[in-house]
Design a protein around this ligand. Structure first.
Ligand code: ADP
Ligand code: MG
Length: 335
């Protein structure tokens, strides 16, 4: 047995950074969250080689003022978190830019609309530099050579094609839950996904095609402090897989808890053939203090204060939406 020892700082740092950003998908999600937190109305993503060679997210949001730029890549540096009990932004840990600067080469150009010149930050490991440049208002973050100096991380990366598939699916979920923005994803120079501002239905068209968008109905429901809106598929549009059931909580795409997935399917009752799942895009808004996004490193799972109340609301909302819509296809069985 070896004696217990403290890891050298650079090793400890690489391990910690690798927990925040362990693959290109993580970096894209963090950068999308930053762009949304900055109030952007246009978000563009570029990937090369599955994101390992280069990934870039450009937004037209608030930008970072020149004097604050050197602070952005510091660990636990955030302009967002006020209290852990009440999180109102997508980011709050102040670790994403730091982790990217440790895991690859981070380059950020940023300018608030009211500031004349832009700042460019380069950060890689301990090397941080800032200079003045000209750039459009907003922020462009480029991460290149992700894990190129971390052979153990590099070895465990998925092939580029499968990472691109997952990043495309992730971005699709952001589009579905934030349909009022311009979105664009290009992969190795080719456009992969694009969306012009619209509503949830037009986002379904952008992500899954017009045939699906023509087969969804709206859901809107408010109960106490809960507000639910979105779309769900008519019963004739079903899938064997549950991979098109999407939920956001206060704007954050999350994985649908099994209890809520079941509540939605139950809301269809006999309209849905056994073993089939609908397409749905549901946006839930509730007081920030009822949501704890801090239970999962990627914030993909959030703790919701009252799951059973929510399940009841979902089931009722789905049933009511279906009832109020004349449905095509086979008539429901008589009871
Ligand atoms: P967090 O999002 O948890 O605060 P990050 O490391 O992702 O931590 O970002 C650090 C800080 O840099 C943010 O709090 C924000 O002030 C600023 N920032 C990062 N990205 C952007 C962006 N796209 N637009 C404006 N400000 C940004
Ligand atoms: Mg962030």
């Amino acid at each position: 047995m070896t004696a217990i020892r403290i890891l050298p700082p650079d090793v400890a740092r690489q391990i910690a950074a690798g927990e925040v950003v362990s693959r290109p998908l993580d970096a894209v999600r963090e950068l999308l969250d930053n762009a949304l937190d900055a109030g952007a109305s246009r978000i563009e993503v570029e990937l090369e080689d599955g994101g390992l060679t280069l990934l870039r997210v450009r937004d037209n949001g608030a930008g970072i003022s020149a004097d604050q730029v050197p602070l952005a890549p510091l660990r636990h540096a955030t302009s967002k978190l006020e209290t852990v009990e009440r999180v109102t932004t997508l980011g709050f840990r102040g670790e994403a830019l730091w982790a990217m600067s440790q895991a690859g080469k981070l380059r950020m150009q940023t300018r608030p609309a009211a500031q004349l010149g832009a700042a460019e930050l380069l950060a890689h490991g301990d090397d941080v530099s800032v200079r003045r440049v000209t750039a459009p208002a907003g922020t462009t973050v480029t991460v290149s050579g992700l894990f190129s100096h971390l052979p153990a991380r590099l070895r465990t990366q998925a092939p580029a094609a499968s990472e691109v598939r997952e990043i495309t699916a992730l971005m699709g979920r952001y589009v579905l839950h934030h349909p009022a923005l311009h979105w664009r994803l290009s992969v190795d120079g080719e456009p992969r996904l694009s969306h012009a501002p619209g509503d949830t239905r037009t986002a379904v068209a952008s992500v899954y095609g017009p045939l699906s968008a023509n087969r969804v109905i709206r859901v809107d429901r408010t109960q106490d402090r809960l507000q639910l809106s979105g779309v769900l598929s008519r019963p004739e549009l079903t899938r064997a897989r549950r991979d098109r059931m999407h939920l956001s909580v206060n704007g954050r795409p999350v994985s649908l808890p099994p209890e809520l997935e079941k509540a939605i399917i139950d809301g269809y009752a006999e309209l849905l053939p056994a073993g089939q799942a609908p397409l749905c895009v549901l946006d839930l808004t509730l007081p920030p203090e009822d949501v704890n996004p801090n239970v999962h490193p990627a914030k993909a799972v959030v703790a919701l204060a009252d799951l059973s109340q929510l399940a009841g609301l979902l089931k009722e909302a789905v049933a009511a939406a279906l009832l109020s819509t004349p449905l095509a296809g086979p008539a429901p069985a008589l009871r």
